[in-house]
Design a protein around this ligand. Structure first.
Ligand code: HEM
Length: 299
């Protein structure tokens, strides 16, 4: 935290500058109302600042801004003054005022004061000195006021950096871990399906040829879908896009297998019709989803 003396040194703001500002006090007092009027006309002229003013206690606010204007010419610029400036910055951050508008408003105030000096003082040298003193003080004000914004920003960055290294990374790892578990589970299920296929083949040799061939075909279909599913999951682990289509495909294949077995078992017509209807609906869903996916841009 800097002291007011340090800030004054950095801006080369001398006691003479303080005297010059003090000498402007009567003129400022005389122009007080005009300043207030022009400043508020400006603030009400911009939708963003007008919106902030509408939510505030207007007479009090106007009084605060006018008092600030007069305090520029008090002649005393010590740590007490610095505290006052710091408080202004925090007040603006609190009401959600974008620092951009503070800069823009300060630009307007600068023009107001420089024009005032130019039109009120005859002597060129005197005008130059007054202008320099005013410019320094306005810049000091802007500097301290905007540093509150930087402080707020630093706080935010610090917080989100902490959150990032802690929570986001942990969550990322967790989901990655879950995906790995899913791949492993899929692999285990695939092995089970291979075993099922082997069992079906045994059926063929045992004489139940028709049943064996059909169920083996069903198992092969499922195995094929499992390969698709695993492939898809690995692709998404490597950063590709996950395709929901594969899941619908798996269900379709499972239904087809069920239909195969159902016909072999000579199940009643109702059940077979139900399976056929489900297959039809799934087919339509598959078609619709594949159309939507085609329209999506490739990632
Ligand atoms: C150079 C520009 C500006 C200066 C020097 C300035 C000065 C001040 C001062 C001295 C206060 C009182 C702080 C306190 O003691 O609590 C204040 C508060 C406030 N200012 Fe400004 N202001 C400026 C620009 C703006 C702008 C552009 C807006 C936009 C609407 C604005 C809106 C407010 C509001 C809403 C408060 C009240 C905060 C509260 O209720 O605590 N100011 N300002």
């Amino acid at each position: 935290m800097m002291t007011m003396q340090e800030i004054r040194d950095h801006y080369r703001f001398s006691d003479d500058d303080a005297e010059l500002l003090l000498s402007l006090q009567p003129l400022a007092e005389q122009q007080r109302e005009r300043f207030s009027q022009e400043f508020y006309d400006y603030l009400y002229g911009l939708p963003e600042t007008a919106a902030i003013l509408n939510g505030a206690n207007r007479p009090r606010l106007r009084e605060m801004h006018t008092t600030w204007f007069m305090s520029l010419f008090s002649g005393t610029y010590d740590n007490h003054y610095l505290n006052h400036l710091t408080r202004i910055g925090h007040a603006h951050v609190k009401v959600g005022l974008n620092v951009h508008f503070v800069n823009a408003a300060m630009n307007q105030i600068r023009h107001f004061l420089l024009n005032l000096i130019d039109s009120s003082y005859e002597d060129r040298e005197q005008r130059r000195k007054l202008r320099e003193a005013v410019e320094k003080m306005l810049d000091i004000n802007l500097d301290v006021m905007s540093s509150s914004y930087r402080e707020e920003e630093l706080k935010k960055v610090f917080l989100s950096r902490k959150v990032e290294s802690f929570l986001i990374k942990a969550t990322e790892r967790f989901t990655y871990g879950l995906n790995l578990v899913l791949v492993l589970a899929l692999a285990v299920v695939s092995i089970a399906i291979v075993t099922m296929f082997g069992w079906d083949i045994v059926h063929v040799f045992k004489g139940d040829v028709e049943k064996g061939v059909f169920t083996a075909l069903g198992s092969l279909l499922i195995l094929w879908m499992m390969i698709e599913l695993l492939d898809n999951e690995i692709k998404s682990l490597k950063g590709g896009r996950f395709s929901i289509l594969v899941f619908i495909g798996v269900v379709i294949v499972a239904i087809i297998r069920e239909i195969l077995i159902s016909t072999l078992r000579h199940d009643d017509l109702k059940k077979q019709a139900f399976l056929a209807a489900t297959l039809l609906i799934l087919g339509i869903v598959y078609y619709l989803v594949s159309r939507v996916q085609k329209d999506l841009p490739k990632v």
